[in-house]
Design a protein around this ligand. Structure first.
Ligand SMILES: *Cc1c(COP(=O)(O)O)cnc(C)c1O
Length: 494
């Protein structure tokens, strides 16, 4: 049965999956939602004998109903290939009683690769299907990882250009070098003098500017998004939760149908929302534990029902989670409001006007699958050190937040349900913070010195993504203020 997509704010209705992917954001500023969440139509037992690519097809075909089998399978096989350094694509590592789902084996060593290695293929198929001749310009705001992963995916892809905005002082050195050394004539990177929320708001503003849209169309361009608001990112992210479950089943770690919990280090609420979709599809997930760093807007929200972004923006050692406006939460709000676009729209308008909103009791009751938690920077470092000392397993600062929140959750609730922790980045991507947590001795040391120390400590060889930037040339030099973003886009597309 075909699935169509409508805006969470009611302004756009019943577009196909390929149209929703092409567009990214709905024209009314809302996010596209499927008209229903399909149920898995293949048994868990059967799925447990499948490869990652096969599971991906079984999940994605249910959402992308206007793609043919050949189209979808070809996208999947081109995405999940030797760009990943392991055939499992997303391996599980058991450490200290929890299962760490390593989502960082793609080309940019963060979980964004899981969706961004397939999005360009979904996008070009979608363009063909809808007879689009314009060049598609991907505009992306990044808190550090999306930018590189999106560029790696779109670099050299015919008919596309990509422009990435990142907070100049809000990313790790490895993240910044990865972006600034990106090759490909169709890629541009711009550092902004602001934080991630400024970058994301700026991009959303450009999407909402219809006069600019017309001007670009006259020059043969149309905009789209590679941010996690794009349904073409959300759907591929569901796959690895199903895959993790069925691999636990195949390995005899759980019984068929046994419920598991998942813990996800959260920023824009995309990754954990994908887990929620997996649950809605019938995957036996009990609790979704939403882990925040010091920017604990979501923790407060799940605790009180009040979403309040009016607070200090804190730069932390887990920069990809330094976010106060979690865009994808709008999709949970919409579902919890009984798929009512009017209610959703009103709350989102309050957020942009007043900086906060409060959800009603009935909506909160529909969110009880979620548990919120947060970890301070000290707690995070302590957890990274503890896990390493006890098991030899070294995790990055984002996974550290999740791991810490999970341990606190178990301590407080005594819930012994087996738990998958989304491990969202390689520790190499945040070597300074990771080595500081482990050895406490990083003063005056260079990035690559720390990387070598990390290799000794973890026993995991330095990934190719790090070797690549060691001597690479800096190719991007643009910077601007948040209110100049539209002008910069216009200049780049001259
Ligand atoms: C993007 C990112 C996150 C946050 O994921 P969301 O989908 O934005 O919630 C967490 N960890 C890392 C390493 C990331 O790159």
């Amino acid at each position: 049965m075909a699935i169509n997509y409508s805006s969470t704010r009611g302004g756009e209705k019943n577009v196909t999956a390929s149209q929703a992917i092409l567009q990214g954001l709905a024209k009314d500023g809302g996010l596209f939602m499927p008209d229903r969440i399909p149920e898995l139509d293949c048994s868990l037992e059967k799925l447990s004998h499948m490869t990652y690519q096969e599971v991906a097809y079984e999940v994605m075909k249910l959402f992308l109903t206007d793609f043919t089998e050949d189209e979808l399978k070809s996208c999947i096989s081109r995405a999940y290939d030797s760009k990943f350094d392991t055939e499992e694509i997303a391996p599980l590592v058991k450490a200290d009683g929890a299962y760490y789902l390593e989502l960082f084996h793609g080309s940019t060593i963060a979980f964004k690769d899981m969706a961004l290695s397939i999005l360009p293929h979904l996008m070009t198929v979608s363009a063909k299907k809808n007879n689009v001749d314009n060049t598609i310009v991907i505009l992306t705001a990044t808190s550090g990882d999306t930018g590189k992963a999106a560029m790696a995916g779109f670099a050299g892809v015919d008919g596309t250009k990509i422009i990435v905005f990142y907070p100049k002082d809000g990313v790790s050195r490895v993240q910044e070098l990865q972006m600034l050394t990106q090759k490909g004539e169709n890629t541009s990177v711009v550092g902004i003098s602001g934080n991630f929320d400024d970058a994301q708001s700026g991009v959303k503003k450009i999407f909402g500017d219809t006069a600019f849209e017309k001007e670009l169309a006259a020059r043969g361009y149309q905009l789209s998004s590679a941010n996690s608001i794009n349904i073409g990112r959300l759907v591929p992210q569901i796959v690895y939760y199903v895959y993790a479950y069925v691999k636990l089943l195949e390995n005899g770690e759980i019984a068929d149908g046994e419920q598991i919990n998942v813990t996800v280090p959260t920023g824009n609420f995309g990754n954990i929302l994908a887990a929620y979709f997996a649950k809605q599809m019938g995957l036996p997930i009990a609790k979704l534990i939403c882990a925040s760093n010091d920017n604990k807007v979501l923790y407060d929200f799940f605790r009180t029902g009040v979403y309040d972004r009016r607070r200090e923006f804190i730069l932390t050692s887990s920069p990809s989670m330094d976010i106060l406006i979690s865009s994808n939460l709008e999709r949970l709000i919409y579902l919890s409001a009984g798929s009512d676009p009017e209610r959703t729209k009103k709350l989102m308008e309050e957020l942009s006007k007043d900086g906060s909103y409060t959800v009603s009791e009935d909506m909160r009751e529909r969110m009880t699958d979620f548990a919120g938690g947060f970890a301070t920077q000290e707690e995070n470092a302590e957890e990274i050190r503890r896990l390493y000392k006890n098991t030899g397993y070294l995790i990055d600062t984002h996974t550290g937040v999740a791991s810490c929140v999970y341990r606190k959750y178990v301590r407080d609730t005594k819930d012994q349900t087996k738990t998958v922790i989304a491990s969202t980045a390689s520790p190499y991507k945040f070597s300074r913070s990771v080595m500081e947590a482990v050895s406490g001795n990083v003063e005056g040391k260079g990035e690559f010195e720390l990387i070598e120390e990390l290799e000794k400590a973890s026993g995991v060889p330095v990934p190719a993504a790090i070797e690549e930037i060691r001597n690479a040339e800096i190719r991007h030099h643009r910077q601007c203020a948040p209110d100049e973003m539209e002008k910069v886009v216009s200049d780049i597309l001259k």
